[in-house]
Design a binder for this molecule. Structure first.
Ligand code: 26Y
Length: 824
């Protein structure tokens, strides 16, 4: 009987139209006669949401029935972007939906663009998590994402008078992609005290009592795989006051205000995403977020495991938990606490389970990004966890001492507790000790962590614990969705869209490199994508740019190590060169549009200064009649995932120019090349592996190598250094007031000129501007340029996040894909 009533997913145009109308008229209570684009978005989104949820239900049943090991991906950030286009494409019904919307009087692009980005992340780390969810679903892995449901995602950026202004990103007004699960809640405890007790068998147990309790409520977001019915789950926790405690007692006692204040305090935990990227601040609310999310997620995972009635020692055969950086490290401590304090396992047995369950991914070597929490803060907020950390540390240091009895200070070096004032808990060390595998995100980065920040741990734990899994991106969003025309052209040559599931198939494109029609379409598509971006630039900034000019793009978070300052100094150098030319000569240089985009952390003053300089330079150059089309400078405000989808397909060259050894991997480098753009970059992160795959004749590398950085910094420090002469001229122009009051930029210039130049801007400047000239020269020969682009795309198969997930599954998680039988 149930089967008769169970919902069926729509497959045809008429069914989509019916569902659309039903949602407009009933769910949204609107009239069809007053249905604008936003309402149309809501209607079609709700229709697809219903469809996803049917598949989601079935997926959960299949996975429960299969009873296999599951993956749990813990990340404080999921930078999902828009969901509708992705859902339609992954389900394979975008074309049908387009016709349906057309019948109803709407253009699908306009409807898609009504959606607010889900921006629960800062940058690369959060977007990587989103790509991983797509790949895990597409490959039919039983996998869950766990995160926080922030009421405010990353702020919206506006540029006012050349300065960044932050606007809150309240995005939940209408979000059809989440399902509140008011029945799935977990109470999470903070503060309080720990008491020892003896149980009936005479064992000592620890009771954590008192303090405050906050309720976590689950919100589920369906994650559809591409070309498979698998629809996995992203579970986001929202905080609220525990019911009952809000607080009829206080309320009835006439203390209404404080009852409301308690409620607000609870809700504050999941209120806002911290907007820092690679900069640790040590705020108590952030630690609260971390524990709240880890405790709720672990409770949920353990609850699911317990339903299978297995013995505890089978836990690591059923559960793989991956830590996206150290942000969820408390999950290690929490699992140990559950096993020892609540399930009453012996310490060693519990610790064996814990250390075979977790994997830890490191995303940075920058010292200012490594998480440390003050011991007094942790003592106050999580007293029992601090005790457990001390015990973990004690047993660990005892084992180290036994093995290295003669190394006098190794214990201080590797202790989880840093003996500073106040003492600090080093989260990365705790994550290493509590995990079975530790990985970096590109080869150079994985080597660097082994030889620098984690060197002692390689000696202690052995080299096998440390491994590399080079990052990747989902070709569904970053090729098919972002660049539908290119995807279609490729499909027409490769005989279908199989490459979207097996990106290595792209290599067959090289066979068509001399196919005239193919090349012509290739070039036309790039021009169309550039024209689309030019239109956006015109609307957003008022500046008109020539789509035939070379589009040079650097879009990413603004950070000194990523060196947007090197780029803008290079732009000024170019400008000065154009100005110095005889007007007749000005036909020579290749016309160029330098496009920047990215957010600065609100408290990162130097990054904000860089944004200010870019905007000042833009207003001078763009209004200089001597320059015309030869050079334009654009700052695209509010760079986010949906803007990236428009910008990546429109670049000729993109800049990935971090100081060697500082960018762990980078992933936008992959997106740009996959969309038929070339790269100018340093020998850093994944640039190195991209070069290996596509060939060094197809990339513009410059600058010092990671192995030389230490020595160069030393030289600066001891004053043995002279500012590059071209850069000196650029600085003179800035100091002369060409771009406004020089004081505005004094600190930025001094960070390069003074004894440090920590990011080696001056050391790399000459090499950078010379390489930019090589770019000009190469671009003049459009045929050769097209050769490079096609060859590069053909060789990008390695950078699919499907390959990445397969590596994690096989070498870290030991998890199998679900057998989908004939259905798939
Ligand atoms: C501790 C806290 C303030 C913090 C918050 C966010 C620390 C770091 C981050 C974000 C880091 C991040 O996005 N890292 C980037 O990860 C990408 C995916 O692995 C890499 O491609 C990229 O090189 C790295 O900077």
């Amino acid at each position: 009987a149930w089967r008769k009533y169970s919902a069926k997913p729509f497959t045809q145009k008429s069914e989509i139209e019916l569902e659309f109308v039903r949602h407009i008229e009933t769910t949204l209570a609107r009239s069809l006669f007053n249905c604008d684009e936003l309402a149309a978005y809501s209607g079609i989104a709700l229709a697809f949401r219903d469809r996803l949820i049917i598949e989601w239900n079935k997926t959960q049943q299949r996975q429960t029935f299969a009873d296999q090991k599951r993956i749990y991906y813990l990340s404080l950030e999921f930078l999902m972007g828009r969901a509708l286009d992705n859902a339609m494409l992954n389900v394979g019904l975008k074309d049908v939906a387009k016709e349906a919307l057309g019948d109803l009087g709407f253009r699908i692009e306009d409807v898609i663009s009504q959606e607010h980005d889900a921006a629960l992340g800062n940058g690369g780390l959060g977007r990587l998590a989103a790509c991983f969810l797509d790949s895990m679903a597409t490959l039919n892995y039983p996998a869950w994402g766990y995160g926080l449901r922030y009421r405010y995602g990353i702020f919206k950026q506006e540029i006012v008078d050349g300065y960044q202004v932050e606007i809150p990103d309240y995005w939940l007004d209408f979000n059809p992609w989440e399902f509140p699960r008011h029945d799935i809640t977990v109470n999470v405890q903070f503060y309080g005290t720990v008491n020892k007790q003896r149980d009936t068998q005479g064992r000592t147990t620890h009771i954590w009592q008192g303090g405050e309790t906050v309720q976590a409520v689950a919100y589920d977001v369906p994650i559809p795989g591409y070309g498979t019915p698998t629809t996995n789950n992203l579970r986001l926790w929202s905080s609220k006051a525990t019911s009952g405690e809000f607080n009829f007692q206080k309320f009835n006692a006439g203390d209404y205000e404080s009852a409301v204040a308690d409620e607000q305090r609870a809700e504050t935990i999941s209120a806002v995403l911290y907007p820092n990227d690679n900069l640790e601040r040590g705020k108590e609310l952030r630690l609260k977020q971390q524990y709240f999310w880890c405790a709720a997620s672990l409770y949920d995972i353990v609850r699911r495991f317990k339903k299978t009635k297995r013995a505890w020692n089978e836990f690591p055969d059923q559960v793989a938990i991956q830590l996206n950086d150290t942000h969820p490290t408390l999950a290690i401590v929490e699992l140990q606490r559950i096993l020892v304090d609540i399930e009453v396992l012996e310490w060693d047995e519990a610790w064996h389970i814990v250390t075979h369950t977790f994997g830890y991914t490191n995303h940075t070597v920058l010292p200012e990004a490594l998480e440390k929490w003050s011991v007094p803060m942790m003592q106050n907020l999580l007293p029992r966890h601090l005790q457990i950390i001390y015990d973990i540390n004690l047993f660990f240091l005892q084992s180290v001492e036994k093995r290295f009895p003669t190394d006098r200070d190794i214990l201080a070096r590797v202790s989880i507790i840093e003996e500073s004032h106040p003492k600090m808990v080093r989260m990365a060390y705790l994550a290493i000790i509590g995990s079975q595998k530790v990985n970096g995100v590109a080869e150079l980065h994985s080597d660097l962590i082994k030889t620098t920040i984690f060197k002692d741990f390689v000696d202690i734990c052995g080299p096998d614990k440390f491994t590399n899994v080079t990052n990747g991106i989902t070709p569904r969003r970053w090729l098919h969705q972002a660049n539908p025309r290119l995807s279609e052209l490729i499909a027409s040559k490769l005989g279908g869209y199989g490459f979207l599931k097996d990106l290595a198939l792209l290599e067959e494109l090289e066979d068509f490199i001399n196919d005239k029609e193919f090349r012509k379409s290739w070039v036309e598509i790039k021009l169309m994508n550039k024209t689309r971006l030019a239109k956006h630039i015109k609307e957003a900034t008022g500046y008109q740019v020539n789509p035939n000019a070379l589009f040079d793009v650097q879009v990413k978070r603004i950070h000194e190590y990523k060196r947007q300052q090197l780029n803008i100094f290079g732009v000024i150098h170019r400008y000065l060169a154009i100005k110095a030319m005889d007007p007749k000569e000005r036909a020579k240089p290749v016309p160029r549009v330098s496009i920047f985009g990215g957010k600065a952390a609100p408290g990162y003053w130097m990054a904000k200064t860089i944004i200010h300089l870019i905007n000042k330079v833009a207003s001078v150059i763009n209004n200089d009649p001597d320059v015309g089309d030869l050079l334009k400078v654009i700052f695209v405000a509010d760079y986010n995932v949906s803007k990236a989808e428009m910008i990546c397909p429109a670049s000729d060259i993109s800049e990935h120019i971090s100081t060697a050894g500082t960018e762990a991997s980078g992933t936008s480098n992959m997106k740009f090349v996959l969309n038929g753009g070339l790269i100018i970059g340093t020998c850093d992160g994944a640039n190195i592996e991209i070069t290996r795959e596509i060939g060094e004749q197809n990339i513009f590398l410059f600058g010092n190598l990671a192995e030389d950085v230490e020595e160069l910094r030393h030289r600066h420090y001891y004053g043995d250094f002279k500012l590059d002469m071209h850069l000196a001229k650029v600085f003179d122009a800035i100091k002369g007031g060409m771009f406004g009051p020089p004081d505005d930029f004094a600190a930025l210039l001094s960070s390069v000129e003074s004894h440090s130049d920590y990011y080696l801007v001056s050391d790399d400047f000459l090499s950078y501007i010379e390489t930019q000239e090589l770019v000009d020269e190469a671009f003049r020969n459009q045929d050769e340029w097209t050769d490079k682009c096609i060859t590069s795309v053909a060789r990008m198969g390695f950078f699919s996040s499907d390959r990445v997930i397969t590596e994690y599954a096989e070498s870290i998680w030991n998890v199998e894909q679900l057998d989908m039988g004939k259905e798939n």
